[in-house]
Design a protein around this ligand. Structure first.
Ligand code: LLP
Length: 436
């Protein structure tokens, strides 16, 4: 990433961010198509092309728009969705349905119906209640659906406790109770409408170590072995989830993707050899890793409050509603004063959001040049889980999203308007009467 730029301006993906702020207004999400493509290439080079019988799906919860579906389709990856809304976005973008995988721990009847109607590639069944619904829907639609079972391998990732998922005490997935799993697998082996292809686990998010993947693979391959021995069931697919960590601040030292994928593939190959199992198709599903560092958010600095000998607060024109991650997970971000990219860092500034909420601080103690109202702030690595988790708290308008390619900077999501905010609101008749 180029930190210094023309006219003292911060250049991101070849574009002058101060000009972008001027042209599109702030707050503004900016996404670089080039960086997404680089990440997808790395997936191809270090995983898909290196190992046969592998697949990768982008976990769309990190950032999903119809334009993003187009980019992922062009890159040849699959798409992981977790709701009817995400599925609908993919459908409207014309994304190939056979490459869609549907996750979630409480999919509704309607969501499952939509998925089956549209012949999506895989449904990752989380629990027995869901399996019952799905069997009923598939029978009614007279369709055969292909599923993976999500299991919790009982492995704990070293990340924020709200984003670990693989531990025993988790709301996700089937616990590894052999008897229960044998029963379900046995039942599915003779099911007319539901075909079990294999298993899925996801250990957590923003992970930096590969050892927990190896641990989980040891647990799952043992299950595969037991199922083959006990029931003659052959696992043909194993989805090892996402979770690969990225760089938010210089404290984060992410490893290359191959650090994870090589470890995953080595572990599977070794384990399968040990248990005399055929290698299943291996699937990974990164979200943050694909899009996190491809995004920045631009803000304008407004009020500055200097409390002598305590701290200086600089307030931005967004905050918690466009980036809830600091308040939710104590997430740390780095930022650059975009119109002073080459100036000496001479003060410590705390970047405050504009919500009526004490916890709405985007960055504590950022080293900045002399900060002034009107400065443009570029917060880095905001591509994942910012736009997708944005809200209208305080009735703030959600920012526009601009896509940067080599030649164009184009809006892919329009900035909300006050009318958008009221679009779904109605004044009930009873209140209209009262006011007469
Ligand atoms: N697969 C499954 C089944 C998942 O639940 C997730 C993320 C992923 C893949 C992708 O994980 P990634 O590669 O993006 O780490 N809102 C939180 C992150 C929640 C992640 C939920 N599941 C955040 O902002 O940090």
């Amino acid at each position: 990433m180029e930190l210094q730029g023309r006219n003292n301006h911060f250049i991101f993906a070849g574009w002058d961010t101060v000009e972008l702020a001027k042209q599109f207004g702030t707050p503004l999400y900016v996404i670089s198509e080039g960086i997404i493509a680089e990440r997808c290439n790395e997936i191809k080079e270090t995983f898909l092309n290196k190992y046969s019988n592998t697949k990768a799906a982008y976990a769309s919860k990190a950032f999903l728009t119809m334009a993003m579906c187009k980019m992922i389709e062009r890159e040849g990856l699959g798409l992981d969705v977790v709701s009817g809304g995400e599925l609908y976005t993919a459908m409207k973008a014309g994304f190939p349905m056979e490459k869609v995988m549907f996750h979630g721990n409480n999919k509704s009847w309607e969501e499952l119906e939509l998925a089956v109607e549209n012949n999506i590639g895989r449904i990752i069944v989380d629990n027995l209640y869901e399996l019952e619904l799905l069997e009923e829907i598939a029978t009614r639609q007279n369709k055969k659906v292909q599923i993976l079972f999500r299991v919790t391998p009982g492995i704990e990732g070293n990340t924020h406790k709200y984003i670990v998922t693989g531990q025993k005490d988790s709301k996700f997935g089937m616990p590894l109770e052999p008897k229960k799993i044998y029963g379900v697998v046995k039942h599915l082996m003779s099911s007319e409408y539901v075909e079990l292809k294999g298993f899925h686990f996801h250990l957590g998010s923003q992970l930096f170590d590969n050892d927990i993947y190896i641990g989980a693979i040891e647990v799952i391959t043992k299950l595969m072995y037991d199922l083959k021995r006990e029931l003659g069931f052959i696992t043909t697919e194993l989805n090892t989830g996402g979770g690969f960590g990225i760089r938010y601040t210089e404290k984060d030292q992410p490893k290359p993707l191959s650090y994870f994928t090589d470890a995953i593939m080595n572990a599977i190959e070794n384990q399968c050899k040990e248990y005399d199992l055929d290698l299943p198709t291996i699937i990974i599903e990164p979200g943050r890793w694909v899009v996190g560092e491809a995004g920045i958010t631009l803000y304008t600095i407004g009020a500055i409050k200097d409390i002598p000998d305590v701290r200086t607060y600089a307030s931005i024109d967004g905050g918690l509603p466009d980036n809830p991650r600091p308040a939710l997970y104590k997430a740390k971000y780095d930022a650059i004063v975009a119109n002073k990219a080459e100036e000496k860092l001479e003060m410590t500034t705390t970047i405050a959001g504009k919500c009526c909420e004490t916890g709405d601080i985007l960055i504590w103690d950022l080293e900045t040049p002399k900060i002034e109202s009107g400065d443009i702030l570029a917060v880095l690595s905001t591509g994942a889980y910012n736009f997708s988790m944005a809200s209208n708290y305080n009735k703030l308008l959600r920012p526009a999203v601009v896509l940067l390619t080599e030649e164009h900077a184009e809006v892919m999501v329009k900035r909300e308007t006050y009318n958008d905010l009221l679009n779904r609101e109605m004044i009930p008749k009873s209140l209209k009467k009262q006011s007469c």
